[in-house]
Design a binder for this molecule. Structure first.
Ligand code: PBG
Length: 324
């Protein structure tokens, strides 16, 4: 007998029937940048098709996102002023707090996730409070918890700590519970590598470290067992969902964490992964749309349930028109 796997690839309808992995707009979370001001929709040069919004323009954008069937956004704020401890991050009138209130008022069903970190808010650009030139883990926890609480008060559905301090999920959970925000969830950036793929984001969010790098708190790209340790810790500390970041260079990590973890698993298809596709597409070197869909399928096949991606709108348009 001659086995012929090609029989199952013969027509689009057969391929669709036997396809093992599907991407839906419902799997996607769209990252958005917001700053103070009015009527702003400023293009981000290293991320073609992505913008910095003001509160008024982001509301229109959310309408588009919702009508494409994308259920959720994650917000990153650019504050008016920065200081050593990132105090704008926990201001009740801060940019994220205002934006969450505005979105929830107009679009109560949109699942609003807020990034919890200090790098956009500190003048030194590190993700925590400094002591003797180093990020002081335990002093940072209180600031993160305070920031998360203001996001919860504004109406965020999930807070997403991306700082990689030890113990921050527990610190945030305790602060939320002590203030009766039992229903606000935590999407933990449990496995976040010290990656050069964040370059375009740091330009967009104005959050590059002013000295040194983030290797003292973000993970070494060479480590896989440590990813399992970080994921297990965040589960124990009370995370509701966990994330692996970046996505494409770490598909093996997504798979291993998936096998170890009973929580919904998200993967962050980060700014550099997006920028590479856009740049090569602009040069005419690749078919950007096909590459995008192949990337998203691969991230899901690796084991992610949810994908944070700047491609969310482009992908949803294609999926709604039934991609095959
Ligand atoms: C930190 C944060 C970063 C990203 C998300 N949250 C940057 C960093 O750690 O330096 C990167 C996301 C991307 O590259 O798309 N607040």
């Amino acid at each position: 007998m001659f086995i012929r796997p090609r029989r199952l690839r013969r027509t689009p309808a057969i391929r669709e029937m036997v396809r093992e992995t599907h991407v839906s707009p419902k799997d996607l979370i769209y990252p958005l940048f917001v700053q103070h001001g009015r009527d702003i929709k400023e293009p981000i040069p290293s991320m073609p098709g992505q913008f910095r919004f003001s509160v008024d323009t982001i509301i229109q954008e959310i309408g588009d996102i919702q009508s494409l069937g994308i259920p959720s956004v994650i917000l990153f704020g650019i504050p008016e002023t920065k200081d050593p401890i990132g105090s704008c991050s926990y201001d009740e009138e801060g940019i994220i707090q205002q934006t969450v209130r505005a979105i929830k008022e107009k679009f109560p069903d949109m699942v609003v996730i807020t990034d919890v970190c200090l790098c956009e808010y500190t003048d030194h650009g590190h993700c925590g409070v400094l002591k003797d030139g180093h990020v002081d883990n335990d002093a940072t926890l209180a600031v993160l918890a305070r920031q998360a609480l203001t996001h919860a008060k504004a109406g965020a559905d999930f807070v997403a700590p991306s700082d990689m301090m030890d113990g921050r999920v527990m610190a945030i959970r305790d602060e939320l519970d002590a203030n009766h925000f039992h229903d606000t969830g935590i999407l933990a950036y449990a496995v976040k590598y010290a990656s050069a793929f964040y370059g375009p984001f740091r330009e967009a969010a104005d959050s590059a470290p002013q000295f040194g790098d983030r290797r003292g708190y973000q993970m070494d790209p060479a480590n896989a067992l440590e990813a399992l340790k970080e994921a297990a810790l965040d589960m124990e500390e009370g995370a509701d969902m966990i994330m692996v970041k970046p996505a494409l260079p770490y598909l093996d990590i997504i798979r291993r964490v998936r096998e170890d973890c009973v929580l919904p698993l998200a993967a962050y298809n980060v700014s550099g992964e997006y920028a590479m596709v856009k740049a090569a597409e602009e040069k005419g070197w690749i078919d950007g749309t096909q590459v995008m869909m192949e990337m998203l399928i691969s991230i899901k096949r690796a084991g992610a349930d949810l994908i944070l991606t700047y491609f969310a709108k482009d992908a949803a348009r294609i999926l709604n028109a039934s991609w095959g």
